[in-house]
Design a binder for this molecule. Structure first.
Ligand code: 16G
Length: 254
């Protein structure tokens, strides 16, 4: 492991401030499996001696990786590679609700309401939900947890024509929609990479700059009418979206 902390390894770790290079070098070793969960790192003093960097720089690199959840520090016993959280796999082929997804895994769902109210729609909501100028939207904003771990922040918007009273949604939105005969049957989902900053990072209990998946779901009734526009931020370290791919039918016989 010592070669990882050599001055040569550091100069191979690219550009940028020295602490970032050291942090990147350590992170790459974790990703490559050279450093494994539970492995201990040399002391700050030893890392400084091995790399030729100051202890302040080493400390900054370690702190950065602790904030990113890559390393953990135990007072008195040192610095260790953090356990890799088990990612939750979610199929992209099925239109399911958060509550159903977690129930299928035997996990208990909790939601913390951030807000639940009626608003004048934004231009985005007007477009996505096909609203008129006088229409109103219900906005439901929640932190979604499974077994106590915060996984996502969800911000859903629905026309008041479909959901007149936001307060009837207490646990599952899809359960309420099903009961009203408005369960979506189709959805289009867009997933992009992002980071969590500030208040969003704090709500999901991760450090600033942690990886996130930004998901926008527009769901439709069988009639083609739009039901929801939901924008979510999922923790990148907890979610793994999978899609099954098949070759087009006309190619299958060849
Ligand atoms: C899922 C959906 C979200 C939907 C919610 C309803 C994604 C990315 N999003 O989280 O669009 O509003 O389920 O869940 O999958 P609920 O019925 O538990 O409230």
């Amino acid at each position: 492991m010592n070669s990882l902390f050599s001055p040569e390894a550091l100069s191979e770790a690219g550009r940028g401030p020295l602490y970032r290079r050291l942090a990147r070098g350590i992170d790459e070793q974790i990703a490559a499996g050279t450093l494994r969960p539970g492995d201990s790192l040399p002391s700050e003093r030893d890392m400084a001696a091995l790399t030729g960097l100051s202890r302040v720089t080493v400390r900054k690199a370690v702190q950065h990786l602790v904030e990113q959840g890559r390393l953990v520090q135990h007072r008195g016993s040192g610095t260790f590679v953090a356990a890799r959280p088990e990612k939750l796999e979610q199929s992209l082929a099925h239109l399911t609700s958060f509550t159903e997804d977690m129930a299928r895994r035997g996990m208990a769902v909790q939601s913390t309401w951030l807000s639940r109210a009626i608003h004048a729609p934004t231009p985005d909501e007007v477009m996505a939900l096909g609203l008129g100028a006088a229409d109103r939207v219900v906005r439901l904003e929640r932190v979604r947890r499974a077994d106590g771990v915060p996984l996502a922040i969800e911000r859903a918007s629905l026309s008041t024509a479909l959901l007149p009273d936001p307060d009837i949604v207490t646990r599952s939105l899809y359960e309420v929609l099903s009961a009203r005969g408005l369960r979506p049957t189709r959805a289009v989902q867009r997933i992009t990479a992002g980071t969590l900053e500030g208040a969003d990072a704090a709500l999901l209990e991760v450090g600033d700059g942690a990886a996130a998946l930004r998901i926008e779901r527009v769901s439709y009734l069988a009639s083609g009418r739009v039901v929801e526009l939901t924008r979510s931020l999922y923790r990148g370290d907890m979610y793994d979206f999978t899609a099954e791919l098949q070759i087009p039918v006309h190619d299958a016989g060849h």
